[in-house]
Design a protein around this ligand. Structure first.
Ligand SMILES: *Cc1c(COP(=O)(O)O)cnc(C)c1O
Length: 345
């Protein structure tokens, strides 16, 4: 099969990715700083992210599923991988085969893991108030984990991106767990949790979104660098006379004679219709406002004020994560993980 480059691509600033990890590692103080690379590295490409961060010194990686773990093999030397969703019945073959640890999430998963072979290191998630995944605190303290060889005992913060009382409550519950349940390491903080301060970092942190340029809390806004830069190729440039409309539903009407560039990008690529209205792009430093609706594979930009832009040119789509999230109502996580498979990466 011949490889034909697609007319849309994600430019990834790998230096920014590494710089974001180093900043989070510094903020993690004495704790090791890992990396959540589930959902294909939040859409960037998990293999590439793992290779870059492992080379920078990251030693602990997290995916959600065993299929994601399998796709990362073989791991670089010295790198550990944990599978956040633990072991369901159908995961045991993969869990035995792959050099990755499950994060056991329930009494049932603990039982399954024990039956499969005592003595193997595992991670455990205890729920301290989110009620998503994890053993209940009473279960963990009530003997469910006795004798288990735990590498890392985890919990996960539900509201770390907000100034919520829930953070301190979860911290207190996690401290109790740490006193009572033996494990080699203890880990509580995601990206936003790292920003809550030294109390939250314990032995290992698990940032995701901030690695990829997301701003987990305002405190981080100055430090985190944008990593993902979507670019799309112009398919056609056309003249639109004053009073004519552009796109489905004729939602935009040219106020004057205009030039419109149509780009190879649409909602099928994860560039959703909520970008219409205030979205835009730039070309050679000049701003191109989005006009009309976003189609499945196409989006139109007003290039009237820009000379020289032509069919085949690449335009950079506005994708500052915090700003785009505020503008569209999508979360920074959705903005990254929604970017579709048609992007060249
Ligand atoms: C996804 C995930 C993370 C990373 O969270 P961010 O908010 O992206 O930093 C950390 N821990 C667990 C358990 C997760 O599922």
């Amino acid at each position: 099969m011949i490889a034909i480059p697609p007319p849309l691509r994600l430019r990834l600033d790998s230096a920014a990715l590494v710089a974001n990890w180093r900043w989070l590692a510094a903020l993690s103080g004495p704790a090791a700083c890992g990396a959540a690379i589930k959902a294909d590295g939040y859409g960037l490409g998990a293999c590439e992210v793992l290779a870059l961060l492992a080379a920078a010194g990251c030693r602990d990686f997290f995916v959600a599923h065993w299929s994601e773990a399998a796709a990362l093999m073989p791991l670089p030397t010295g790198v550990a991988l944990s599978v956040l969703h633990g072991v369901g019945e159908s995961d045991m073959v993969a869990a035995r085969m792959l050099p990755a640890r499950p994060v056991l999430n329930s009494v049932e998963q603990v039982r399954r893991w024990r039956e499969a072979g005592e003595g193997q290191l595992c991670d455990v998630m205890v729920d301290t108030g989110m009620n998503r995944l994890g053993l209940r605190v009473e279960e963990a303290l009530g003997g469910a984990l006795d004798g288990l060889m735990i590498e890392t005992l985890h919990s996960h913060l539900a509201s770390a991106d907000e100034d919520s009382d829930q953070n301190a409550r979860q911290l207190a519950a996690f401290r109790t767990l740490r006193e009572r349940i033996p494990a080699r390491r203890y880990s509580l903080a995601n990206s936003a949790g790292i920003c809550l301060g030294a109390d939250y970092v314990f032995d290992l942190t698990r940032p995701g979104i901030a690695l990829y340029g997301g701003i987990p809390r305002v405190e981080a806004a100055e430090q985190i660098r944008q990593v993902v830069f979507p670019e799309a190729r112009i398919l056609q440039v056309r003249s639109v006379a004053a009073g004519e409309s552009v796109g489905y539903g004729a939602t935009w009407t040219a106020p004057r004679d205009s030039r419109i560039a149509v780009a190879n990008l649409g909602y099928a690529d994860g560039y959703l219709r909520c970008h219409a209205g205030r979205g835009g792009a730039t070309w050679q430093g000049r701003r191109l406002p989005l006009v009309g609706r976003v189609s499945m594979d196409l989006t139109a930009f007003d290039v009237s004020a820009v000379d020289g832009l032509d069919e085949g040119d690449w335009v950079a789509i506005d994708y500052d994560l915090a700003e785009t999230a505020a503008r569209t109502g999508l979360s920074q996580y959705e903005l990254l993980t929604g970017l579709g498979r048609r992007f060249g990466r």
